[in-house]
Write a protein that binds this ligand. Structure first.
Ligand code: PMP
Length: 362
């Protein structure tokens, strides 16, 4: 008999992402992972190099300086912050600690893929709740919760739809869930939201004992490659996360990069201003080509090509020109592609290519 993992683990396909090559094409424009278009903040690049000098030392297992810097930046108590190897790690820790065999995890039908993948290998039964016009349905989410439900996870804004659930609806969701259900608000794209009523989760976390917010340095901060995320929650939940995380789960260069990034005063404003201008222009340009673009509150657009064949053909057409975007058939959206808002030049290249006017990118 060969050694075997728990059966639920073999039900999960390995995650495929981060692809950055097209055979035969020299210049690649990667618009498939919702990364910031400006590279890392310059102060972070310097800090990573500097941290390399001490790479023979283990990092601070408590990430104290980083948690303090995050706390200062967001006005939060650092004792109620935990950092991780990307927010993916923190989401996995929450699912493992609060979910597992015999429990249910409730999510919106087009919620972020990792909730389902991690939930499945953790042994949770996954309940996907149908959406209304690609927006999470609060009544459906509440109604889907049964006695075994331990977690409800909501990305707001959501990836890949770009949808924003209005704050009153998020509040209604929390109010409609039993006390023993953990609500995880995944606010990976929080910085891009322009709705003044939006709470990335801080207010809801502080209002009770059963809500956690996760955030990332991978999007607006331009540090996807460094793998850095954080969670803010009630003390008891942060305590649980500290018990289950690895002792040195954030590397010294990642901590240094995060602290340095937070010291760049205009970085977020500049990135957000670019994003809102080019998200609008890209939307307009794509609509002018007759495509349906879903309203997005993130740094990407979900573009509907009308049929699975048309979306596959567009994907291949873009790829042949070095433009890598994300097919979202795995999300049950085979007629769509998800396109990250890149630099002005990159957005122009996408529009030119889709208009059939693009020359091969070499
Ligand atoms: N949540 C959402 C909604 C995301 O889109 C992503 C990145 N694709 C993540 C979490 C994970 O981000 P990271 O692990 O890089 O922090």
């Amino acid at each position: 008999m060969p050694v075997m993992p728990r059966p639920s683990i073999l039900s999960v396909e390995p995650y495929v992402g981060g692809e950055s090559k097209v055979p035969g094409v020299n210049r690649i424009v990667k618009l498939s992972s919702n990364e910031g278009p400006f590279g890392p903040p310059p102060a972070a690049i310097a800090a990573i190099a500097e941290a390399g000098r001490e790479a023979h030392r283990y990092p601070d297992g408590g990430a104290t300086a980083l948690r303090e810097a995050i706390g200062r930046h967001h006005g939060l108590d650092p004792a109620r912050i935990v950092t991780g190897n990307g927010s993916d790690e923190l989401l996995a820790l929450l699912i493992l600690a609060y979910g597992g065999e015999g429990t249910e995890l409730v999510m919106s039908a087009h919620g972020f893929l990792m909730y389902e993948l991690t939930g499945r290998w953790a042994g949770c039964h996954i309940i996907k709740v149908p959406e209304k016009n690609l927006v999470a349905d609060v009544d459906g989410l509440i109604a889907a919760c049964g006695p075994r439900t331990r977690l409800v996870i909501l990305a707001n804004p959501n990836n890949p739809t770009g949808a924003l659930l209005p704050q009153a609806e998020v509040n209604r969701l929390r109010a409609g869930l039993r006390e023993d259900i953990l609500l995880v608000l995944d606010s990976a794209y929080a910085e891009y939201v322009e709705d003044p009523g939006y709470d990335p989760g801080q207010a809801l976390v502080d209002a009770g004992s059963n809500t956690v917010m996760t955030r990332t340095f991978s999007k607006v901060w331009g540090l996807g490659g460094i793998r850095l995320g954080w969670a803010y929650g009630p003390a008891a939940i942060i305590d649980v996360m500290n018990r289950v995380r690895g002792p040195f789960n954030v590397s010294a260069p990642a901590m240094a990069a995060g602290i340095a990034a937070l010291s760049e005063p205009d970085w977020v404003a500049k990135s957000v201003a670019h994003n809102s201008a080019w998200r609008a222009r890209l939307t307009e340009g794509l609509e002018a080509l007759g495509l349906k673009v879903h309203p997005s509150h993130g740094n990407f657009l979900l573009v509907d090509f009308g049929s699975a064949e048309a979306s596959k053909a567009a994907d291949a057409h873009l790829r042949a020109r070095g433009l890598i975007v994300r097919g979202v058939a795995v999300y049950g959206l085979p007629t769509c592609l998800r396109i990250t808002v890149g630099t002005a030049e990159e957005c122009g290249m996408v529009l030119d290519a889709l208009a059939g006017a693009g020359s091969p990118v070499q």
